[in-house]
Write a protein that binds this ligand. Structure first.
Ligand SMILES: Cc1cc2nc3c(=O)[nH]c(=O)nc-3n(C[C@H](O)[C@H](O)[C@H](O)COP(=O)(O)OP(=O)(O)OC[C@H]3O[C@@H](n4cnc5c(N)ncnc54)[C@H](O)[C@@H]3O)c2cc1C
Length: 380
């Protein structure tokens, strides 16, 4: 399946406080039972305070699907909420079950214990196998709460099935919660209501600012990952095809800018906009631009990012030849990573960026296209 990740544009009502923390993504490896998730050389660098739950008496469980070895923004939010819930109790560990492989540093995502289920039986829409794994773990851990995200991978569906099978209370559409109460959408999203905390919680995106200012141990629970196979009789043999067939792949230019996860944006420093469009297509990015280029008719009005244009929340925003005027920066304040391509190293976009390339926009686009051309020739 090759669909473009989209972002929920209705992500309002952030419920948890955000603590500013360092974000870093690192490659992991297969780890032994009880070993911390990251490689040892990384721990030498780590500076954030560490939370250690040695002998947990209680558990909060988070269930996620990885996507190409990493986690989505929604997954990070669910982890953050799980971490906060676990942190408010004594000796309570946040245990995370991940369906699919994972290559990121879980210490920085709040997990105390990590269980990775990456066998073929857990891929696709294989809900029966996933449910039996979940039931096995629930039986062992007896978690206080189990958290899911309303994700494209069907975590919400899994949560609802689990609630029925285990006769557990469930709150879907959660947008805010504390120790005892949950606020959620009801009436198909037209109204909101509050009630007591339930066993199972399904979170909408935008519930939390996933910004950790501490690290955890993230110990691997390899023994718990040895889950006996349970032959499924309820799912049809081709059930794993269901989700793929229901999902239509979109190209990046079909995704509204507010929902785009990856944006290539051009400003006054770009001369050749055909080249920018070709590059956006080649890297699978949606196209944005500054007001100046939109006013000049180089890009359509719906591409304008900023205070009088669109507010975007992409995971990666590449600003090519954009100075970073306050009105433009306002439109990208919630983007996760900003990359600036600019000749002027003192401009405000470079100050805002997580990564800056001080070079000519045309030359950078030419080298990118050349590189991508070579890659596609090699793989052809
Ligand atoms: C009320 C109001 C509302 C506004 N709303 C918006 C809005 O919603 N969105 C918005 O974007 N603007 C908005 N603006 C306009 C904003 O103030 C800026 O004028 C605009 O964002 C500047 O666009 P720019 O960065 O593309 O151009 P410039 O400010 O001209 O910057 C061009 C950048 O390109 C770099 N550059 C030049 N040549 C090259 C090269 N060869 N290679 C690499 N880099 C190069 C330069 O160093 C510079 O940093 C608004 C203004 C007002 C007053």
């Amino acid at each position: 399946m090759n669909s473009i990740p989209r972002i929920d544009p209705h992500a309002a009502n952030r419920g948890f406080l955000a603590a500013s923390g360092r974000k870093r993504i690192a490659r992991g490896r297969d780890l032994a039972e009880g070993e911390a998730f990251t490689a040892s050389q990384q721990s030498a660098q780590h500076q954030l305070p560490q939370i250690v739950i040695k002998d947990p008496k209680e558990f909060v469980l988070v269930c996620l699907h990885s996507r190409e070895g990493t986690l989505s923004n929604l997954d990070r939010e669910v982890l953050y909420v799980g971490r906060v819930l676990a942190g408010r109790r004594t000796d309570c560990a946040l245990t995370v079950i991940v369906f699919g492989d994972l290559e990121i540093d879980m210490r920085q995502h709040g997990a105390d214990r990590v269980i990775i289920l990456k066998d073929d039986r857990y891929t696709g829409y294989n809900q029966e196998e996933k449910l039996s794994a979940l039931e096995h773990l629930i039986d062992k851990l007896k978690p206080q709460n189990i958290l899911f995200g309303e994700s494209a991978e069907g975590d919400g569906d899994l949560a609802r099935r689990l609630a029925v099978r285990q006769n557990m209370s469930i709150a879907p559409g959660v947008i805010e919660l504390d120790d005892n109460k949950v606020r959620r959408f009801c009436d198909g999203g037209w109204q909101q209501g509050t009630h007591e905390l339930t066993d199972i919680l399904i979170l909408n995106s935008g519930t939390a600012e996933a910004d950790f200012d501490f690290e955890t141990q993230a110990l691997m629970e390899n023994k718990l990952a040895q889950i006996p196979t349970k032959a499924s009789t309820k799912e049809p043999a081709n059930a794993s095809k269901v989700l793929q067939e229901m999902m239509r792949s979109l190209s990046a230019n079909e995704v509204p800018l507010e929902e785009a996860n990856f944006i290539l944006s051009g400003g006054n420093g770009v001369k050749d906009f055909d080249k920018l469009l070709r590059l956006a297509k080649a890297i699978g990015a949606s196209v944005g631009g500054s007001r100046v280029v939109v006013d000049d008719g180089k890009l359509p009005r719906e591409c304008q990012v900023g205070a009088t244009g669109k507010t975007v929340v992409a995971s990666v925003y590449i600003a090519v030849g954009i100075s970073g005027a306050v009105q433009h920066l306002q439109g990208i304040k919630d983007c996760r990573y900003v990359v600036a391509v600019n000749l002027d190293e003192s401009c405000d976009m470079v100050k805002r960026a997580d990564l800056s390339l001080i070079c000519d926009a045309e030359e950078w686009m030419d080298s990118m296209l050349e590189l991508l051309g070579e890659e596609s020739r090699k793989s052809a």
